[in-house]
Design a protein around this ligand. Structure first.
Ligand SMILES: O=c1ccn([C@H]2C[C@H](O)[C@@H](COP(=O)(O)O)O2)c(=O)[nH]1
Ligand SMILES: [Zn+2]
Length: 189
């Protein structure tokens, strides 16, 4: 066997025994990352929230982030928090991420689905989650847990048998790199 034949045989053997990669992200990481990616669309200068709704077949059926309603120009509507008049702060106008994800659904309904969200849902979103038939909430931060709206959310979720579970990341960062050298990743023949 000459050298070229030998190299060809070695590379054939490598191809035939190739194993799947094992550093892929799991479903939870994927759905929470989609929620976080959606949040990057938010124009809120202080708090960007994203939500991703998933059905029992692990199919994404809705994505949303906090933003102004359609027709309400986000350059004209306010983004402040503590203004003398409530009419001049964002709170009366901004649509929450969970609400947008539910309303943006691309399936007939979101019954029995799970919603992945960066921030634990407020009481208004909790009502929408319950009424839409979503059965599980996976959230990352519960930073507002002490506030009455969020205590109310938990009261309602408990009464309606909605499961809520804090997501504990296995990895702290998922990187998206558009600057990949595809020829290095999978050399063309
Ligand atoms: O359930 C929730 C609660 C809040 N949001 C959005 C609404 C606002 O744009 C921000 C909260 O602003 P703060 O400056 O942190 O008060 O988060 C949401 O999308 N879903
Ligand atoms: Zn809300």
């Amino acid at each position: 066997m000459d050298l070229t034949e030998n190299i060809a045989n070695i590379s054939l053997h490598e191809e035939q025994t190739a194993k799947k990669r094992n550093d892929y992200i799991d479903w939870q990481e994927y759905f929470m990352a989609v929620a976080f990616l959606a949040a990057k669309r938010s124009k809120d200068p202080k708090t960007q929230v994203g939500a991703c709704i998933v059905n029992n077949d692990n199919k994404i059926v809705g994505i949303g982030y906090n933003g102004m309603p359609i027709g309400c120009n986000d350059d004209d509507f306010p983004w402040g928090k503590n203004t003398p008049s409530p009419l001049d702060s964002k709170y009366l106008y901004v649509c929450h991420a969970e609400m947008n994800a539910i309303l943006n659904k691309n399936s007939a309904d979101v019954k029995d689905c799970t919603i992945y969200v960066g921030l634990f849902p407020c009481n208004e979103c909790a009502k929408m989650i319950i009424q839409s038939g979503i059965k599980k909430v996976v959230y990352l931060s519960d930073k507002n847990a002490h506030r009455p709206e969020y205590i109310a959310s938990k009261k309602m979720f408990n009464a309606s048998n909605i499961i809520y579970k804090q997501y504990k990341p296995r990895i702290s960062k998922i990187e998206i790199n558009f600057d990949i050298d595809w020829d290095l990743v999978s050399p063309t023949k």
